[in-house]
Ligand binder design. Sequence first.
Ligand SMILES: *Cc1c(COP(=O)(O)O)cnc(C)c1O
Length: 401
Amino acid sequence: MIPYGRHEITQQDIDAVTSVLNSAFLTQGPVVPSFEAEVAKFCGAYGAVAVNSATSALHIACLALGLQRGDVAWTTPNSFVATANAILYTGAKVDFVDIELDSYNMDIAQLERKLELAETNGELPRVVIVVHFAGQVMDMMRIQSLAKKYRFKIIEDASHAVGSSYQVRNSTEATGSNKDQNNWVKVGSCRNSDITIFSFHPVKIITSGEGGMALSNDPELLDRMRLLRAHGVTKEPENFITQALGPWYYEQQVLGFNYRMTDIHAALGLSQLKRVELYVERRIQIARKYNSLLQHLPLNLPQTADLQRSSTHLYPILCNDRNTRRRLFETLRTAGFGVNVHYMPIYQHPFYARLNFYPGYCLKAEEYYDRAISLPIFPNLCFQDQVRIVEQLENFFGSRK
Ligand SMILES: *Cc1c(COP(=O)(O)O)cnc(C)c1O
C-alpha cells in the first residue's frame, strides 16, 4: 500500500539520535533548546517551546492566552479534532466558522459576519485558531485586522504548514523605492498572530517521531508556555514567588503538565529540519505533476493562492459528487493506494454532535468532506508511482488518452 503521507529517515537522522542515546541526557539536555532555537531562527520568531505533540502545544497556547471556562474560541471545522479539543481542555466552549471552497480554509468573510453578530450578542471569542489547511496560508493580515477590531487572540495551527511562507506588503518604509516592495514571511514568524504551533508527527512536513512546538514573539507568552510544559514548576530563582529556602528549592506556580519533548526526539527533529526546504520543494514538484497529469479529468484540483509558497502537506482532489467520491476512493484503495479523507467536519464526530452542533452547521465544510480524497504526497513518492495513480484515475473516469 502506498500511503498518503510518509516520513523519510536518513543515516544522518539515525546518527543524530544515536549520539543522544550515548550521551548523559535523554531528556532535559541541550538538544531540546537547540531544536527550539533552530526552528525559531528558521521562521524568524523570537522564541519557541518544544513539546511532545502539537496537541500539547495547542493546549498550552490556549492556556497561555488566558482561555478558560466561560470563554469561547472559534476554529475551522476542516481540521484534525485536536485543534478543537485543545479549546475544550481549557473548559472554554468551541464554535466553528465555515470554510471557502477554493482554499478549503476558514472563510474570512464568514468570520467577519460571525464576529459582527457576536459583538451585538456579547459573545465575542477570546481566541480564534486558524488552520493553514494542507499548507495553504490564510490571509493573516486580514485576520489580524479583525483581531484588533474585535479584540481576540490568534493561534495559527500550522501543523500542515512548516516551511510555508507568504508575502506581505512592506508598510513600514512607505517612502521612495521601498514603497511597493513585498517581503516574504515564514509561517511561524508570528508576524500577524500571537502564537503559531507546529506538529512533527511522521506524516507531517518534518518529524521528531512525536512532537510539537509553539512559537511566539512575546517573551511573556513563551515563559508561560514553558511553565505549563513542565508541571507549572520553575527552578529559576529570579522567577520565584517566595524566597528560595535553599539551593535545592524549586516551586510550582500554576497547574501544569508533563508535556516535555525528549532530547532523543529533538535530535531527530533537528536533523530533519536541515531538509525542510528540500522536502517542501519536492512536495511542490509532486503537486505540479499531479496538476498537469489530472487536469483533463472531471475533478477540482487544489489551487495555490497568489503571493505564497505552500508546504503542500496534502493534495486533496474533489469529485463532482459524493457517490463518485465513494466509488473512486474504494477503487484507489483496492488498487493499493492509501488515499484518505481530510477531514470530516470536526462537529460531525459523535462527541461533538452531543455539543449541539447539527448537520448543515457548516455547509461548505460538509460539501467539501463529501467530495474530497487526499492523494498520496510525500517527499519520496516516485514518479512511476504517481503515474500509476493517475492511470487508475483515468481508467476510473474512462478518459484514458
Ligand atoms: C496533526 C495535526 C494536529 C495534531 O498534531 P499532533 O502532533 O499529532 O498532536 C493538530 N492539528 C492539525 C491541523 C494536524 O494536522
